[in-house]
Write a protein that binds this ligand. Structure first.
Ligand SMILES: Cc1ncc(COP(=O)(O)O)c(C=O)c1O
Length: 416
């Protein structure tokens, strides 16, 4: 029997299944984008209701201008890796400002968030163990696999299970606990205080990926660590500028010793070209907007609350999310695909997610609204769900109480 290394399932297989049902959900190309988070696909204007541009900054005039000016001033490429000829003043400025913003001593900027996470592999020597939440982002799992050490996965959000695994580790093992802050698919959040306590009790380091919460959660927008008031207690924060910060690029922030160790040892930093000037400048300008226009964050959160509660009223189950990532699950890919197509026909472009991005089979529509949307856009999405649900059937969940959003303005989940 010959085995084809190019045919192993994953998204490739999902695409084939969907195409057999006449659904074309992946790699759809956009000819134009507008300032109200819409795009032109196949000559038709559709609303982007699945973008990670949470604050709508990718079309903010100051962010665009910063990127354009930097390209004019410094060219289109950094011209090399950070350690050799690719470090720019802009990188240093971004590192200083993002470290301060995240309440950390130091930061190093990388070329993507994926590479920031891959850098963690440099922490895993042969006798070390990485303890990962079962649903961490693929890049964190990849980092753990790349390192020399062993990988243990604790049940999603289950600190008691983490404690069991930590207790069973040999005394001479270095221990790294690694979690997403706001989980990228289900939109639920880690209990960083409980994780900090567990890590402390077993002498472990705690690393949190703030890719989705930086800019979105917390009073200042500094993320889940700010919301949970554990900024001082983390051994490392990893994050990306590709989501709320409307650019590309990653960051590792934390105590200076930890950051400098990784800057000089991580292969994903040493052996890759540095972040281009336009991307660094866009991230810096986005940071200024995050700091000076908090109303954007409020709007994103208000729209998210409206979306959760509107969908729940229509009978759709958006659990376990308490954030602007709004998931709606379907029993199988064909059902999810049919719903995705109905929404697309109605002019609403959502993210159709299948294995391996979500565990346990089935499919999910992952929705987000940005600060560039408004109440009318929210109403359009809800109407499209209502119409599609009447035709295709609502994957009816139980009657759910209004969602309590994780925010950061003192109105903590469960405490309102
Ligand atoms: C939780 C999480 N971490 C890291 C990344 C990687 O970020 P980037 O897009 O900058 O490579 C992503 C993006 O998909 C993510 O969702």
């Amino acid at each position: 029997m010959t085995v084809d290394p190019f045919a192993k399932g994953g998204l490739h297989q999902a695409e084939a299944i969907l195409k057999a049902h006449g659904v074309d959900a992946y790699f759809r190309s956009m000819a134009a984008r507008t300032g109200d988070s819409h795009a032109v696909i196949d000559g038709r204007k559709v609303m982007l209701a699945g973008s990670n541009d949470y604050l709508g900054l990718s079309t903010h005039p100051a962010v665009i201008e910063a990127a354009v000016n930097a390209a004019r001033r410094l060219g289109t490429s950094a011209g090399g890796s950070r350690a050799l000829s690719g470090t720019l003043d802009l990188h240093g400025e971004l590192e200083e400002r993002i470290a301060a913003f995240l309440g950390q001593e130091a930061a190093v900027v990388t070329t993507t968030g994926f590479q920031a996470n891959l850098a963690l592999s440099a922490l895993l020597g042969r006798s070390d163990i990485a303890f990962l939440d079962a649903r961490v982002h693929a890049s964190l799992l990849e980092a753990a696999r790349l390192g020399w050490g062993r990988v243990r996965r604790y049940r999603h959000l289950d600190t008691a299970h983490l404690r069991e695994l930590l207790a069973a580790a040999p005394d001479d093992a270095g221990r790294l606990v690694v979690t997403d802050g706001m989980f990228s698919m289900d939109g639920d959040v880690a209990d960083l205080r409980a994780l900090r306590d567990a890590a402390d009790d077993f002498g472990a380091k705690l690393i949190v990926d703030a890719a989705h919460d930086m800019g979105v959660l917390g009073n200042r927008g500094a993320g889940l660590a700010e919301h949970c008031e554990v900024e001082d207690g983390l051994d490392l924060i990893t994050a990306t500028f590709s989501k709320a910060f409307a650019s590309i690029g990653g960051v590792l922030a934390g105590p200076a010793g930890n950051v400098h160790y990784l800057r000089s040892n991580a292969r994903s930093i040493l052996f890759s070209a540095a972040l281009p000037p336009a991307s660094a400048a866009a991230a810096l300008a986005a940071l200024t907007v995050v700091e000076t226009e908090p109303e954007r964050r409020t709007r994103t959160l208000d729209l998210a609350e409206g979306l959760h509660n509107g969908l729940r009223t229509l009978g759709f189950d958006t659990r376990p999310s308490t954030t602007p990532i709004v998931p709606v699950r379907f029993a199988d890919l064909a059902a999810g695909g049919a719903f995705w197509a109905a929404l697309f026909r109605a002019g609403v472009f959502t993210n159709l997610v299948a294995a391996p991005a979500i565990p346990g089979g089935g499919a999910m529509l992952r929705l987000t609204l940005t600060a560039n949307h408004d109440e009318t856009h929210l109403a359009t999405v809800l109407e499209a769900f209502d119409t599609a649900g009447r035709r295709l059937g609502v994957p009816r969940g139980p009657d759910l109480p209004p969602v309590r959003l994780t925010r950061g303005d003192g109105r903590r989940a469960g405490r309102r």
